[in-house]
Write a protein that binds this ligand. Structure first.
Ligand code: GLN
Length: 245
């Protein structure tokens, strides 16, 4: 997707419904890392009573509790803007409830099957066991060329990845998709979903860079000083290793 006037259009979808555990930090990290590469960023925070613009470059969606998640899914389905944006080649990075909404279906707060947006070939159900809560460590799909994944999860839903998507990562610690197969998240082309909070892009800034590279259609970006990110990563990775399995 081409950017207008050296300016990246970043859309933060439904902060009024979907933004748990500081997921809005993902928008700050994308913005900051774009600025560090000399890009201008036009950021749109789109509330759930506003239409989702269709000409964004990168869309970010956060996690949410069960009821706001149903409302968000209903409104996004009705609005259709996000689906059109993906049809135009937009990049979408979604977390937890946002990830479930991008899929084909999830179980809503009323215990009913709720259609998602069908942008990722995944189906979410409610896990029968304990909630998946805690720090996570994993290896991101080697095709994406990213270092180890660190994040924090807190979800009851479990997600099955269908043949039309690839798992985003494999967990070494934690539950990820919660299906017991060790997968975490899913992606297909430019559409990504993960259970990781943290905010995940603060803990894994090279994922933010991947989104920027996809938006710019380049293979590499100028390097940045990542000492603060590395310190945070180091701390969280050590904490995860100490947590009981
Ligand atoms: N309500 C969803 C679940 O529990 C998502 C939770 C979240 O976004 N943290 O599976």
């Amino acid at each position: 997707m081409s950017m207008s006037d050296n300016s990246l259009r970043l859309v933060w979808v439904y902060p009024d419904l979907l933004s748990t555990y500081g997921d809005q930090g993902n928008a700050l990290v994308v913005e900051r890392r774009a600025h560090q590469r000399g890009l201008q960023v036009e950021r749109y925070d789109v509330r759930s009573d506003q239409p989702v613009p269709t000409s964004g470059d990168i869309y970010l969606i956060g996690g949410g509790e069960d009821r706001p998640q149903r409302l968000a899914s209903e409104r996004l389905r009705r609005d259709g803007g996000l689906q059109r944006a993906v049809g135009n080649g937009a990049i979408v990075f979604s977390v937890c409830a946002g990830y479930q909404i991008l899929g084909n279906e999830f179980i809503n707060d009323l215990g009913q099957r709720e259609p998602g947006l069908g942008l990722l070939d995944v189906v979410s159900t409610r896990g029968e066991g304990e909630r998946c809560v805690g720090d996570v460590l994993g290896d991101i799909d080697p095709q994406l060329g990213l270092p180890e994944l660190t994040g924090f999860e807190n979800h009851q839903g479990i997600t099955h990845v269908g043949p039309g998507a690839r798992p985003f990562a494999r967990v070494r610690l934690g539950k990820g998709n919660g299906t017991g197969d060790g997968t975490e998240g899913a992606y297909n082309g430019t559409v990504f979903g993960t259970y990781m909070h943290g905010p995940v892009l603060a803990r894994n800034p090279l994922i933010a860079d991947l989104l920027l590279k996809l938006a710019l259609d380049v293979n590499a970006l100028p390097p940045t000083d990542d000492r603060w990110y590395d310190a945070l990563r180091g701390e969280r990775i050590a904490a995860a290793q100490q947590q009981p399995a």
